[in-house]
Design a protein. Structure first.
Length: 347
């Protein structure tokens, strides 16, 4: 951490894609947390709508944000806004270096990406900026359709500081529309025999059954705190995934390098879900990337088991859901195309 700081520096990265209403609610909840030393970076991922202007107005204090989780505070406005346009390339503009000196405490960095480079690369853009300019001890990736508890970051960092081998930390995640129904308890487990990443706690009523910290296979990309040394060891998220499975891949690479993923039960957030869903594109990437992940990390016996399960059960079940239940031939086409591409894709 930097000289004079008593708590680790955290850079919080939010990728926005045509979801400015959710993003503003997320930002307002972040600007009310108790953690003292953090930066907020928003990467607008080629939205092409009014997202950028709405974020500007929010920082000026001319937009009031309504939420059932907090009362809007005009006292933390205006927020100094620093804007950096990029064209989607991986090279960082030289102007980013000017950020380092005399940065106000209440600042929001808005990186305006002209292209939609996907969830993984959108976050990578923010991570590159944070590492080069802000030099944090931790990186926090946060979905834009999230509202956070005031102590959520304090609790995440507290768990991270327990042991340097803890590489990724995730909170207890509730459904936004039902404050006592769980989405994730940090993340989930990986079943290599079926090629499935299974959320722990999904849909369960919280009666205290997950009120203890625990190690898990991966942290959900909804909210994932990553230690600086993980980035130095395993690098950024893999842009090959574009959307879905990228956080599972990241945690698996960390695991192979000796880092654990840890669920922090006292850290709490609420997640809407589906805000960045791209319809049939989501079906395609989730399915294709399932094959990509398995080809990278499953051993031959596990991969054979996965293929047997997928083509004897899952392919026909899912096809039936799209065709008979949803009556959506485009979704079925995306699923079949993703399956074919997944079989052919190289690791």
């Amino acid at each position: 951490m930097r000289a004079g700081c008593t708590t680790p520096i955290v850079s919080i990265i939010i990728v926005n894609w045509k979801g400015w209403r959710d993003t503003l609610e997320c930002l307002e909840s972040l600007h009310q947390i108790e953690y003292p030393t953090y930066h907020v970076i928003v990467v607008d991922n080629g939205s092409g709508d009014e997202s950028v202007s709405q974020i500007r107005d929010y920082c000026k204090g001319t937009t009031t944000v309504e939420s059932p989780f907090f009362q809007y505070s005009p006292d933390n406005k205006p927020i100094q806004l620093l804007e950096y346009p990029i064209s989607g390339g991986k090279e960082l503009p030289d102007t980013w270096e000017k950020y380092e000196e005399n940065v106000p405490e209440r600042t929001l960095t808005l990186i305006i990406n002209e292209q939609n480079t996907g969830f993984a690369e959108g976050n990578n853009i923010g991570i590159r900026f944070a590492r080069r300019v802000q030099k944090p001890d931790y990186i926090l990736l946060l979905n834009n359709d999230v509202v956070v508890d005031r102590t959520f970051l304090t609790e995440l960092v507290s768990v991270g500081e327990e042991n340097k081998s803890i590489g990724f930390i995730g909170p207890k995640i509730y459904h936004y529309s039902d404050r006592n129904t769980l989405q994730y308890t940090g993340g989930g487990t990986i079943n290599f025999r079926k090629g499935a990443a299974m959320a722990v706690g999904w849909g369960e009523e919280d009666i205290g059954q997950f009120d203890s910290d625990s190690d898990i296979d991966y942290i959900a990309g909804v909210c994932i705190l990553c230690r600086k040394s993980v980035l130095e060891t395993v690098g950024l998220m893999s842009p090959d995934y574009f959307l879905y499975w990228e956080e599972t891949d990241w945690c698996q690479r960390g695991k192979l390098a000796g880092f654990t993923s840890r669920y922090a039960h006292r850290s709490i957030i609420w997640h809407k879900g589906g805000a960045s869903d791209s319809g049939n594109g989501s079906i395609y990437y989730f399915t294709r990337n399932r094959f990509l992940f398995m080809k990278k990390y499953a051993n031959p016996l596990q991969y054979l088991s996965f293929l047997t399960y997928y083509f004897s059960i899952w392919f026909w079940f899912q096809s039936g859901i799209y065709l008979l239940y949803h009556r959506n031939t485009r979704a079925l086409s995306a699923f079949i195309r993703a399956t074919a591409d997944g079989c052919l894709i190289r690791r």
